[in-house]
Design a protein around this ligand. Structure first.
Ligand SMILES: Cc1cc2nc3c(=O)[nH]c(=O)nc-3n(C[C@H](O)[C@H](O)[C@H](O)COP(=O)(O)O)c2cc1C
Length: 361
């Protein structure tokens, strides 16, 4: 459960265990440690509206165990956790031998021979992403010292696409609606679609776009530890992420090279690119333009709607209707999670490039 080489984050915990948390190795000393900011980030991940979200109330507050003294990081490993207080495992007893279609229950049962913590989905629960947000918040504190901003927003839900918005609109609008969409005309259509799915006992997915601004040139260690490869790996660690693309992404298959190449020019004595179709990365290395990536989130697997499965004990087909507390659409809650994973990878590569030393001054 570890990510990174120089800024190494190890995650731990299960959905219905004692806590979920993260240990960060390699965080520079002398970083002003803002616990309140971490709690704000956790709040952004908690259920947004009970019409579209789980009713599991997770009033998360970070508990810091090590690596911080008098409000500054010490350079020693930072260990942090959030406790799992609002837990109801009863429904999972029933599901234990009836794997939910679309969830990790079946492969996990086979891989771990039934020893896996099945309560609340164990390590496969969206709950683990609270730990991602803990480490992501620390990474954002580091990025702030370099004036780097990472911001994610919803660009599609249930087939409804947002119209492209400028960075100012994104900053201004994402917290003004429960789907975290900067296109306010489209946001209410997305909400309607989610509510409809909820009424039908169903779920929907969508696409999150993440933009990282003020990125120095040179991040990424090609050919293997490319910046896009490492970001993609981190994003695929988010449960329910099923696809990742950069810049024009899969649209590259639909246009000519002459249309998609980002052409160079000189502006105020600096070499700049006229467009950013590459999404800020060329050859696995950041090229100075904003990093733009998108992750597709599938519809939540747990549904009230009856679905076929197999009883693992009797080996007979059976029907399940998943009770309990589940998100109808994961997308809005995953926004700070996507920002967190991108931030963690950026800090790792910034330290690898030597742009940040062991002590921040
Ligand atoms: C923030 C967040 C919340 C989630 N909430 C739920 C949920 O309430 N019910 C559910 O079945 N899956 C939920 N998931 C998704 C599952 O954990 C995920 O689909 C499952 O582990 C299978 O993995 P895969 O979809 O990546 O293949 C959530 C994921 C995230 C990121």
């Amino acid at each position: 459960m570890s990510l990174g080489k120089n800024f190494i984050v190890t995650f731990f915990g299960e959905s219905h265990g004692e806590c979920v948390g993260a240990i960060i190795y390699g965080c520079p000393a002398g970083l002003k440690f803002d616990e309140e900011f971490i709690n704000q980030e956790l709040k952004r991940r908690s259920p947004i509206d009970y019409m579209i979200s789980t009713s599991r109330v997770e009033e998360d507050n970070v508990k810091v165990f090590s690596g911080v003294l008098n409000g500054y990081t010490t350079g020693a490993p930072i260990c942090m956790a959030v406790y799992n207080r609002n837990v109801d495992s009863s429904v999972y007893e029933e599901l234990r031998f009836k794997p939910r279609p679309g969830h990790a229950d079946y492969p996990a049962y086979i891989k771990y021979a039934g020893f896996n913590d099945f309560r609340g989905g164990g390590i496969f629960s969206g709950r683990i992403t609270a730990a991602y947000v803990l480490a992501g918040a620390v990474a954002k504190m580091v990025l702030k010292t370099l004036n780097i901003e990472v911001i994610a927003h919803t660009v599609e839900i249930a087939g409804i696409k947002a119209k492209p918005q400028g960075i100012e609109e994104i900053r201004r609008n994402i917290h003004s609606n429960i789907v975290r969409c900067a296109d306010l005309d489209t946001a209410h259509l997305m909400i309607e679609r989610i509510r409809k799915a909820m009424e039908n006992g169903d779920s929907v997915g969508g696409v999150i776009e993440c933009i990282a601004l003020n990125i120095p040139i040179g991040l990424g260690d090609p050919p293997i530890d490319t910046l896009e490869g490492d970001i993609a790996k981190a994003l695929f660690a988010i449960p329910a992420v099923k696809g990742v693309e950069f810049g024009l992404g899969f649209d590259f298959a639909r246009i000519y090279g002459s249309e998609c190449n980002d052409q160079f020019t000189v502006l105020n004595g600096k070499i700049v690119m006229k467009t950013n179709n590459c999404g800020g990365i060329l050859g696995g290395i950041s090229c100075g333009t904003p990093i733009v990536c998108r992750a597709v989130i599938k519809p939540t697997p747990s549904l009230r709607k009856p679905q076929k499965t197999v009883d693992l004990i009797s080996m007979e087909e059976t029907i399940i209707e998943v009770k309990g507390r589940h998100d109808v659409c994961i997308v809005p809650r995953a926004i700070p999670v996507v920002e967190s994973m991108v931030s963690i990878v950026l800090v790792d590569h910034i330290i690898r490039l030597g742009l940040i030393k062991t002590v921040l001054k």
